[in-house]
Design a protein around this ligand. Sequence first.
Ligand SMILES: C[S@@+](CC[C@H](N)C(=O)[O-])C[C@H]1O[C@@H](n2cnc3c(N)ncnc32)[C@H](O)[C@@H]1O
Length: 323
Amino acid sequence: MSFVAVRKDAIYFHELHATADTMAAEIHAGLSSEQKALPPKYFYDKKGSELFDAITRLPEYYPTRTEIGLLRRHAPEMAELLGMQSFLIELGSGSSTKIRLLLEAVRPRIYVPMDISREHLITAAQRLADDYPWLTVHAACVDYSRPWDVPDFGPGRYNAFFPGSSIGNFEPGDALRLLRQVGRLVGAGGGLLIGVDLKKDADILEQAYNDAQGVTADFNLNVLAHINRRLDADFNTGNFAHKAVYNAVSGRIEMHLECRKDHTVCIGGTRYSFSSGETIHTENSYKYSVEEFHGLAAQAGFSPVRVWTDREGLFSIHYLKLG
Ligand SMILES: C[S@@+](CC[C@H](N)C(=O)[O-])C[C@H]1O[C@@H](n2cnc3c(N)ncnc32)[C@H](O)[C@@H]1O
């Protein structure tokens, strides 16, 4: 896999990204299956990233403020474990907000924010580089649900940072594949600092994904608007309603878009039929106990070093070491 670094103002930019053809094929496969589904990564165009940021500020959405609380409280210990002068790669970096709590203490040789949402990634990386003039930033536009890599920076200590419980968006088998890929990236002795949402009362979970202001609904519906923009499609978002429920058997929040009436949608010349009441499954958000997550990480070769949780047991941050 080769990357071409482009200098964009204060940052270097690398691209290894899904093409429109890949997106069309994935959307077609998802909408042709018996339970229609769309990959959650397609929430995230510029608008989707902005809506996600709005979600993080909602009173019902406990994960972001709880994880930030843990980062604030335990930053010195986390920084000591990460060590100084490492190559620090952040998966799904979004607005690169949380890393700010660790940057001064860990002073990485290079920081690599990695995200699928191209424009948002570039804006966030440039803002960070402006705020930390000593920091070398190599932003990488990468789809980490497909085989990926990051530029090779040569020998040194590698750490990965994966906040936001985005690991929960993967089926456990895919989460394991991703953790193995992270393991190959950081190599023996490398570390992973990862935020993982904990199993809890279904009411708290369902409120977090069904906020009163309807921001999560707009975020969910944005996947259809994104497909319209990218693939010449004619989804009418008014024909769908947001739905989020906790599936206790699978231990996951499921987000769906429920169709309000029988109709058809044209995507790039292909017609798809939707019946009233049927749903498009748009996202899973798996919740793990600390032990369950340690079990998963161990299968990828990671050993637990330290785990931090809040007093209410809502969220966890793990520091794991390869080997
Ligand atoms: C739940 S948000 C978390 C954002 C941020 N890390 C945080 O903790 O607030 C998920 C982030 O991962 C990115 N993302 C989702 N799927 C991705 C994929 N397949 N490859 C790369 N980035 C992805 C999104 O664009 C978004 O910025």
